[in-house]
Design a protein around this ligand. Structure first.
Ligand SMILES: [Fe+2]
Length: 489
């Protein structure tokens, strides 16, 4: 216990003194050819995608793409798009953005230099606000060593079997452990088929953000907003179906940058989508080992009131490698909800109806590092947990399905979490939690008088430093009055 206390104090002091430092990862052995291919959201999900890959020598950056309906095993009739490459940590990283696709269409593609190509990949474009959609979420692969990456990839493969028509895959951060070239090679080797054949929604974690500068943005082509810092990762947003989704960079803090907070407010206040989701790495509600640490506590103080104010329906996060789902919460209090039971895909399902507040979900981890439930989580987190448990013997994944019904003018969200024992050849995913919401459509409107907040130069370094110092002082008070006494006594 004493060791834990000393560690907490040392961590607080070291963050206070050393907010940033430089770490240079070691390079792996040379490789050749096209590798680390990803396709991800980049702007309008009906018409655009961002392609990213790397090579060890400088080559042209070319994507060949065609409708799957026209594909007969050859890319001869495909349209070619070109982009640019940049050198980073022993490799040339290629980015090509395609922005004239047709909505609701299946595409196939290859990437390469014009003569040497990757394997073929595929994705489907967003149909727009009128159509149902679904997605998969996993968190914290955070592996080191190909065997552990392969184990984690089996968890995602199980999710893809469970939800074969998923529209995109959210990875809630911490793809790798030490952010070396070898680890990224292993990640992209193990997850090759998934990354080639599903639109990715990557979230930056601390293992590819804090002190591991620029790695994340070299791995994915996301179209981050102009002016947003990309050294520690990216924040960005997109529409899918009748949802608007913001992806945060929780490394951009100490405390979270005013630019990112303003961007999030502008972004969510400008949408009238029926659903508002936020994906992020560090969790606002978790009963894991990191929740009492200064970075997370400060982020809670700064970000939670904004999430409450913006009427976010669902927040999904990672970082703490255990499972937790809150009740509907607002202002750190449970919101009472009415429910209705009706069929969803033939299954009787209980829906919270037009609930107030936000449900926060930490879907545990697809990886093999699995943490325990932290009974000392800062108050009132455990009181707000509808479910909180560790998943030591299984990897986990989550699915979200959204439908809408014009006749009743309602839209429904069904969330499910599964455990999957990736070491058992005969394992089938086991449902460990579910939750559902039903809302009237058209409840979110845009205020015509809304004045946009500045998204660049919103705060100078002095002001940010003062805000950080202020938040750290508040944390130190909390540490000595609430956190440490709870750990010691
Ligand atoms: Fe993390």
């Amino acid at each position: 216990m004493m060791k834990k206390v000393v560690k907490m104090i040392c961590l607080s002091l070291s963050i206070l003194v050393l907010a940033t430092a430089v770490f240079t990862p070691t390079a792996s052995a040379a490789d050749t050819g096209v590798k680390r291919v990803s396709v991800s959201v980049n702007g309008d999900t009906q018409t655009s995608r961002g392609f990213n890959w790397c090579t060890t020598t400088q080559t042209a950056s070319v994507v060949k793409i065609m409708k799957e309906a026209d594909y007969e095993g050859s890319f001869d009739g495909a349209v070619e798009y070109t982009g640019a490459s940049a050198f980073f940590k022993d490799n040339y990283y290629h980015k090509v953005t395609v922005s004239d696709l047709e909505a609701a269409t299946d595409y196939v593609y290859i990437v390469g230099d014009g003569t040497t190509w990757s394997d073929a990949g595929s994705f489907r474009t967003n149909a727009g606000r009128e159509e149902n959609f679904s997605f998969i979420a996993i968190a914290d692969v955070q592996a080191s060593g190909i065997d552990n990456f392969i184990r984690a990839s089996k968890v995602l493969n199980a999710a893809e079997t469970m939800l074969p028509n998923s529209d995109f895959t959210v990875s809630l951060g911490d793809f790798v452990n030490d952010c070396t070239n070898q680890e990224w090679d292993d990640y992209f080797t193990a997850f090759k088929d998934s990354n080639l054949n599903s639109t990715g929604v990557p979230v930056v974690g601390n293992h590819e953000g804090n002190l591991k500068w620029n790695w994340f943005n070299n791995m994915f082509n996301l179209g981050a907003p102009e002016g947003g810092a990309t050294q520690t990762g990216s924040y960005y947003s997109f529409d899918y179906g009748n949802a608007h989704i913001a992806v945060l960079n929780t490394n951009d803090m100490y405390p979270m940058s005013q630019e990112q907070l303003n961007w999030l407010k502008n972004d969510m206040n400008k949408t009238d989508a029926d659903w508002k989701f936020v994906f992020m790495h560090r969790a606002l509600y978790s009963a894991g080992k990191n929740i009492n640490k200064p970075d997370t506590v400060i982020m809670r103080n700064v970000l939670l009131p904004v999430i409450d104010e913006l009427g976010i329906d669902l927040v999904m996060a990672g970082h703490d490698h255990m499972y937790m789902r809150t009740y509907q919460v607002k202002g750190d209090e449970v919101q009472q909800t009415q429910t209705v039971t009706e069929l969803f895909n033939g299954v009787e399902t209980e829906f919270a109806v037009n609930p107030e507040g936000t449900v926060h979900i930490l879907p545990s981890t697809a990886g093999t590092k699995r943490y325990s439930l932290n009974e000392e989580a800062i108050s009132p987190i455990l009181d707000l947990a509808a479910k909180a448990f560790d998943t030591k013997s299984h990897g986990t994944f989550s699915t979200v399905e959204i439908d809408m019904d014009d006749e009743s003018n309602t839209t429904r969200l069904v969330y499910k979490a599964y455990a999957f024992n990736e070491q058992d050849e005969n394992a089938v995913p086991e449902l460990i939690d579910s939750y559902a919401i039903k809302k009237d459509m058209g409840r979110n409107t845009v205020d015509p008088d809304y004045e946009e907040l500045p998204e660049t130069n919103a705060e100078n370094i002095m002001a940010r430093g003062f805000r950080f110092f202020n938040e750290m002082m508040k944390y130190m008070v909390l540490l000595f009055t609430k956190i440490l006494p709870k750990m010691i006594f």
